[in-house]
Write a protein that binds this ligand. Sequence first.
Ligand SMILES: Cc1cc2nc3c(=O)[nH]c(=O)nc-3n(C[C@H](O)[C@H](O)[C@H](O)COP(=O)(O)OP(=O)(O)OC[C@H]3O[C@@H](n4cnc5c(N)ncnc54)[C@H](O)[C@@H]3O)c2cc1C
Length: 326
Amino acid sequence: MGDRFDAVVVGAGVIGLTTALRLQQAGARVAVLTAEPPGETTSSVAAAVWYPTRTRFEPRVLDWATRTYDEFARQAVDGVPGVVMRRTRMLLRGESHDVPWWAAAIPRLRTLRGDEVQGPFTGGWAFTVPTVEMAHYLPWLQQTFSTAGGTLIRRRIDALEQAGVWAPAVVNASGLAARALCGDTEVHPARGQLVLVANPGLHTSLRDEDNADGHTYVHPRSTDIVLGGTFEVGEWDTTPSPATAAAILRRCTDLLPELAGAPVLGHQVGLRPWRDGGVRLEADPHPHGRIRRLVHNYGHGGAGVTLAWGCADAATALVAWAVRPG
Ligand SMILES: Cc1cc2nc3c(=O)[nH]c(=O)nc-3n(C[C@H](O)[C@H](O)[C@H](O)COP(=O)(O)OP(=O)(O)OC[C@H]3O[C@@H](n4cnc5c(N)ncnc54)[C@H](O)[C@@H]3O)c2cc1C
């Protein structure tokens, strides 16, 4: 099996699939190994708006976020399924309205005028960012990978070294499972619950992250609206809580009264792969077993979609030796 592929990517979420595509584009023969089909990953639940939620500034993070924004912006122009650019308003409740660090990653961020802000809000920002409908985008990523000759293998492994059977280079894009697969106790679930409602004709995303009752967002999509949310670090329960859903609906309706009475279409819960020290993206100095090159790319927390393409570029550069010439 080992010589059929140059690299195997463990994980078929947004991090694994984007990395697999970049490795292919660099000339490698690639397999993706996954316990679940892409449509059942955490990535499939994401609201999937470009926004570096709870991500600290680091030069490399700004670089990943910038590259990802640029890639999605190109894909939106090209009509890639599920990718659209959406106007967004972030409403602020505090005293500081300083431009955030991530504004450097996007072409324009405008501070809202006094007459654009009411109620409990003291200010805000307007900007346009990619929104990705994962129900369309993950199948497109998978299809693009397969069409270019990639192989998707459905298999759950118990240890990373098992992946070395398929290829000498392994990328660990296993998200939350990295906690068990490489014993990284910095990785925890950050539970997120969403309510999906019918779209009464809204087009602009709204965010109220300073809400003391819980961070609040309204993200219109083509056929529904994603209402959120929660960010519960250490919580593993994937059953939607009716009380949490009611609280999300109440906060979102307070924010945007047009939502009152919108039919509820569904409830979703996902476990974000939170990592205390931020994303782990590095070559492992001690690859095990038959693996000759092991690159970790996990721990993206609430920003996996926002950082995916930039991280895929960086992970591909780290696997570089495995890439076949020509
Ligand atoms: C409610 C919610 C809203 C979100 N909103 C946003 C947002 O607006 N913007 C944003 O950027 N991000 C958002 N996120 C975060 C985003 O979803 C994650 O950061 C991202 O999906 C992580 O992707 P991943 O590929 O690392 O992990 P996953 O999607 O979890 O994929 C992990 C992969 O590893 C595989 N795997 C695991 N264990 C094994 C094993 N033992 N053997 C083989 N394969 C294995 C799995 O089967 C899967 O294929 C949100 C998340 C949630 C839950």
